[in-house]
Design a binder for this molecule. Structure first.
Ligand code: SF4
Length: 342
């Protein structure tokens, strides 16, 4: 018997070993805009209570890192050079300390002086990218897309993160470059310094620091499956909720599929209504094989009845993906009709 190495197992074992919990010593720029100050305090006071994330999530993080490096490479190929990559930044006062690592800065001439503008690179699933970048690959102002950045707990942290870097670089603007992980499409978001929001971040950081200095955890937020379900301290913080017999996962891929399914529910319903009308019409006429613009019809005897196949005619659909979906739904519908008839 021939033997083969199990590369999948080796890769997953290696991914499992890459999972780490890093203790925090200061308020993190990447966290300060988050939903739960208690979660931030846990990371500083009790990092040992953090539960390791799943291997699947580690693989998603790895993908994110690869995509971010890819954007940097493509920027360099386009002649755009990013400086101070992963440079540590610090915003420290007597009452708080926020630290972070900016993805990079780029120089921008402004009158007589050159300013260093922070650049953050983010990669996103196709579903999330499409929900934010409604005009496709283009340059957006923050106000145009800020609603899209409110829909997920991790997206809500991004504005806080870049705002800290804008403040730390003592400039008045920053830029996000967001890559669609499936298509490679890029959306640019121009962010302006927002003093009122910086004031809110300072209040959060000061409150967090007061708790840390007293070695005390802030109160819990009201249980939110979207936030607490992703929290690495949930086992310690809300064991009663976590011990619920209902299994729960917040894996982004699974959540994306569930949302995609829901968003297409109406489309499927409309498809079925039109499918029913078209097939009734096709059965009522005398033609066996015929075409309407973009669509090919064929009637076939099936048991005691007639079955109608409707397939995209060559060149009749905007995209291959759409044509494949229409064919898939047609085949599924015919299968359903067959089993209802038998
Ligand atoms: S489980 Fe919920 S309340 Fe507790 S720290 Fe995490 S996010 Fe905050």
């Amino acid at each position: 018997m021939k033997t083969y190495p199990n590369f999948v197992q080796r890769l997953y074992d290696a991914a499992a070993r890459r999972r780490k919990v890093f203790p925090a010593y200061t308020c993190r720029a990447s966290e300060i805009g988050g939903d739960c100050i208690r979660q931030m305090a846990y990371g500083i006071l009790h990092p040992e209570l953090a539960v390791l994330h799943s291997v699947d999530l580690q693989l998603i993080f790895d993908e994110g890192n690869l995509h971010e490096e890819d954007v940097k490479i493509k920027l360099a190929m386009a002649g755009v050079y990013i400086h101070e990559q992963q440079r540590a930044l610090s915003w420290k006062t007597d009452t708080f300390h926020i630290t972070g690592h900016v993805d990079g800065v780029f120089p921008l001439e402004e009158g007589e002086r050159v300013v260093a503008v922070p650049l953050e690179i983010k990669s996103m699933s196709e579903h999330i990218w499409n929900s934010i970048f409604f005009r496709g690959p283009a340059v957006y102002a923050w106000d145009e897309v800020k609603g899209g950045f409110q829909t997920k707990p991790w997206l809500r942290k991004y504005f806080g993160q870049i705002s800290c870097y804008i403040k730390q670089k003592d400039t008045d603007r920053g830029v996000f470059l967001c890559k669609n992980k499936t298509t490679g499409a890029i959306g640019q978001v121009n962010v302006e310094r927002d003093e009122a929001y910086l004031g809110q971040l300072v209040s959060v950081a000061e409150e967090l620091t007061r708790y840390i200095r007293r070695e005390e955890l802030p109160p819990k937020i009201a249980f939110d499956p979207d936030v607490c379900g992703r929290c690495r301290f949930a086992d310690s913080c809300v064991p009663d909720q976590i011990a619920e017999p209902v299994a729960y996962t917040a894996e982004p891929v699974i959540v994306g599929w569930a949302e995609q399914r829901w968003q297409n529910a109406d489309a499927r319903k409309l498809y079925e209504e039109a499918d029913k009308k078209l097939k009734a019409w096709a059965k009522a006429n005398d033609w066996i094989k015929f075409q309407v613009p973009g669509w090919f019809f064929e009637k076939k005897k099936h048991g005691k009845g007639i079955r109608v196949d409707i397939k995209p005619a060559a060149g009749g659909m905007e995209t291959l993906e759409k044509a494949e979906q229409a064919t898939r739904w047609n085949d599924e519908k015919n299968k359903d009709d067959d089993s209802a008839a038998s």
